[in-house]
Design a protein around this ligand. Sequence first.
Ligand SMILES: Nc1nc2c(ncn2[C@@H]2O[C@H](COP(=O)(O)OP(=O)(O)OP(=O)(O)O)[C@@H](O)[C@H]2O)c(=O)[nH]1
Length: 253
Amino acid sequence: MTNTQVTLVQIDNYGPWTVTPEPRREADLQTLQSRLYADISQFVGNRDGYTFFTRFDNMVAVTNGLDLEDHALLQESVGNRYPVTLSLGVATGTSPVQALADATELVQEAGSAQDKNRRECLEGRVVEDAHQADDDIQIAHFDVVDATGNYTDELNAFDTFIEIEQGYAELMRHMRYAHDSLSFFVGGDNIIVVCPDLGEAEYEEAIHHVQEAVDVELQVGVGRGKSAHDAGFAAKHALETCRADGTRVELEW
Ligand SMILES: Nc1nc2c(ncn2[C@@H]2O[C@H](COP(=O)(O)OP(=O)(O)OP(=O)(O)O)[C@@H](O)[C@H]2O)c(=O)[nH]1
């Protein structure tokens, strides 16, 4: 059974900072946000976790294998190098949606996102080493079937973007409400979904739903593992099988 460890990363008091003493140049904010995301992704990724940029001021990470000392080191390192600080909430559970909800609540209880007295809070608990299992994480890697042939080489770049985003919007809502899963756009036509224990039928149903709702055709590879990297890597291999065999759902475990 899955036991996903989710970390909510929230920049402390970021809204006020972006306009103090007056609005800051947008390109500088975009640069700061993408560099901060890159740094967090590298820190967490070096420990086999995944980080998703989501709204940039709030990011979501799958952190099985990282303990609270690792989280504190990330806060210290960012605090030393950036003009902003991070608060972190960590929670675990069989449902990724519930784990993220719990992690969010911990950060909210520590103070508002725009409370200037809430800085670098670290709340929550992790999966202990002794309790880690090879099926703690289930990750589904979706992509649009022949996005290059159907969209990228055919439509103008903005209309392609609209189609891909429509597919993402439909999938993320469906996976959240029907299957208790967290979906994240990761670039190109790819969506990585952090799932509880789902089987082939649920993935087939989700693909069918997106096709019916917005006419975007998806395929998916699914993997399991002790860490996000292990599960995600198995999912990538399964997706390669979809591409090679023309199948829509491949599970690899
Ligand atoms: N983040 C991420 N992006 C990827 C990955 N694989 C492909 N992409 C992105 O997806 C885009 C399209 O590549 P593909 O998905 O291989 O191409 P496709 O035309 O959809 O072809 P098929 O997937 O074979 O149907 C690339 O330009 C990348 O931006 C991946 O594993 N991770």
